[in-house]
Every structure is written in structure tokens, then in C-alpha cells.
Design a protein around this ligand. Sequence first.
Ligand code: GDP
Ligand code: MG
Length: 426
Amino acid sequence: MSVTAIVGANWGDEGKGKITDYLAGQSDIVVRFQGGNNAGHTVINDFGKFALHLIPSGIFYANVVNLLGPGVAVNIPAFLKELQELIDREVPKPNVLISDRAQIVLPYHIKLDEYEEERLKDKKFGSTKSGIAPFYSDKYLKIGVQISDLYDEKRLRARLENSLTKKNILCKHLYNKPEWSANDILPGLLEDASRIKPYLCDSNSVLQKALAENKNILVEGQLGALRDPDHGIYPYPTSSSPLAGFASVSAGVPPYTIKRIIAVAKAYSSCVGTGPFVTELSGEEANELRERGGSDGEYGATTGRPRRMGWFDAVATKYGCLVQGATEVALSLLDVLGYLKEIPVCVAYEIDGEKTENFPVPLKLDKSKPVYEKLPGWECDISKMRKYNELPENAKRYVEYIEKSINAPIKLISVGPEREAIIMKE
Ligand code: GDP
Ligand code: MG
């Protein structure tokens, strides 16, 4: 029995969707274990180009079960819309299940997310406004709604009324916005309930059975290590843990079954939303990297927002791999750097005149200045190369330099956004 985790080593958008789509071909089940439709995982394969938000990136294989685990924030209308789009674009037999223990994003979660960003004005977090922070707050306040609650109207109404007693105080007195009543929401939820029913399952039974039958399971994380609420850049993390360790709890597989942890690290840095970002570039340098990056420039797959850009940060990525417990690394987007004569890599931070290679607490990140080493570029297109030995010497030198500086073995190298643009490095 074996579970492989595919998780981010950085701030998110490392190309996890692409790597999951590639590796799902050898898997039986792919599980999304946290986050919601604030995720944007880009997949490019024979069926076209897709931005997946809630649906796991194994959806392009009809024989792979794609499961939304109990820890996912399920926005039912968004899920149904995403699934319909896949069907409309002729993805054959999308095979998807949702845990009946997962909780749902409610209409007021989305509104409260918007209201809070509006209230914070220039101090806002840069939320995707999908309701994710209010959703997880409610879950841990024990006022959330599980999918299975949708099938008992009396219980559902009582839970909504209890929750809205608190929400309406915020709506009225803090945000100066209209109040909600359970009657406003109930009819829509009951309709959602009937539409979502065919996809529900007891995810523990599905996963236990798969493990007993020695099936291959992939767990796919959203965002990256530096957005973890405990280990990341608090107060700018996401609201659920994107760490491989959390997949055990949040998908529902025993911790000792997760044998392989692939941390996806980007060959340069990008970051969406607010928060400290030590290697951040500005001006032309940032614009050029942004336009050349990703599959079509570095713009948010969910929001279309321009991503903040920077050089590779070995301090942050080494830490990201460490907290992920990476057994190996997939280095993505290496092809993008082919335009550079010299490539800066951040090897240390200088904090109050002292150099450190250890990622500090968030308080010190604002004071951290990047210390760069410059590596020679390869100045050519490597996107058609499929073997490690075909890579120019300077590209190999860059990969091996990074491998050493993050203290984790790089086993996969991605050289283009398409499924097949992968190099195995042993
Ligand atoms: P995710 O959230 O980790 O799945 O990453 P995103 O899909 O949000 O962002 C990664 C971007 O890089 C997308 O535009 C991908 O299509 C693109 N991409 C992924 N791997 C590669 C690669 O190796 N090279 C290039 N040029 N683009 C890539
Ligand atoms: Mg993304």
C-alpha cells in the first residue's frame, strides 16, 4: 500500500496540477485534501488547457477515482459548474466523488470574505474572496455545515439559525450590510443537496478498501508550505494546512502510508496575495519574468491577478521542503529561465547585518534582505528536451546547485506546461 503526496514547497502555483496530471496516469485514486475553489491548478494535455479549482487533477483519466476529501471546503455550485465544463469539453467520463463528511461553503462565507477585505482596505490579505477563511473559522467554531446535514432539513435549519445569530451581528454592526435569514438560504441548499447526491461517498471506506487492495493513491495539496498556518508566513497563510502531514488527517489515510512526498518547487519564485516575499522583484525585471513565466505568463489561474515575481529562494524552499517532509523534489518551470545570461539564486538572508540560511519567523521576514549568488544561464530553449543528459551544462549546473542548497533530491524536472514536458533525473 502506498500513498504519494504532491505538495507545494513555496507559496503556491508551483505547477502541482501539471505534476499530478502526469503522475495520475499510474494511480488509482487522486484525493484533494484541503482548501477550496480558491485553488487554481493548470493542466495542459490532449484534452486542452484547464484551470481546475476543486476537482483533483487526476480527472482526465476515466479509470482514476478523484475524491474530494473531508478536509476540502466544498462550494457545491462551483463544483457542479467545474464538472459541467469538463463534460462540455469532452473529457471522457469524469470520475469524481465527494466525502459525505466534507463541509460546505455557504453563501454568507463568500459575502463575509468580501466584507472583511473591504473593511481592511489597504491592509487586506488579498483573499480570492471564495469564502475560505470564514468557512474554516466556522468549522473550528463548530458552526459549519457538513454535506450530510443537507439531508435533514430540521437539523440544517437549526444549524443555520444558530450560525446566523452570530453572523448577523457582524453584518449589521461591523460591516453595515444586510442581515441573513435561514429562509434566504435553505431553498438553494436543498436544491444543491439533490444535485450533489450522486457524487457522495463514505471516503474512509473508499480509501481503506483501496489501501487493502494495494492501490496507488495520490494526495494533491493546494498552495504551498509557506502558506501553512503553523509553519508559514502568518498572518498571511491560507486557512488550512497544505502540508503532506496534514493529508493524512484531512484526506483520511494512516500517516505511515504516505511513503513518497513530492514537493514541487519552482525554478524561480512567484507569490499571489499579500505577505513577505524576500526575493520580490520590481519594474522591468519582474515584468519580463512574469510575461515569460507559466504557460501564458504568471497570472492567477483563479483570479487572473498578476503574480508577484522573484528569483529562486533557497532559504525559503529548503524550509518548505523540510516542513513538507519532502522525500523528493519536482523542479518546475526550468524552461522559463532560458532567456537569462546570469541567474541570481538567493542563498541566505541578511537580517540586521547578520547572515542566515535558516528561514526566520515572520516578524523577521520584513527585515530580511536577499543574499544572491549568480549562476551562468544556458540561454537556449530546453522545452523539447526529455532526457537529463540532453540539458545544457549550465542548466544541469543550476539544477544541481539548487538540489544542494535545498538539501533534497530533485527527481523530476518540468520543462513546459504540457503533460509530457518532463525529465526524470536519477
Ligand atoms: P499549481 O497551482 O501549483 O497547480 O500551479 P498553477 O497552475 O497555478 O501555476 C503554474 C503555471 O505554470 C501554470 O500556468 C502552468 O501551466 C505552468 N507550468 C507548470 N509547469 C510548467 C513548466 O515546467 N514550464 C512552463 N513554462 N510552465 C509550466
Ligand atoms: Mg495555482
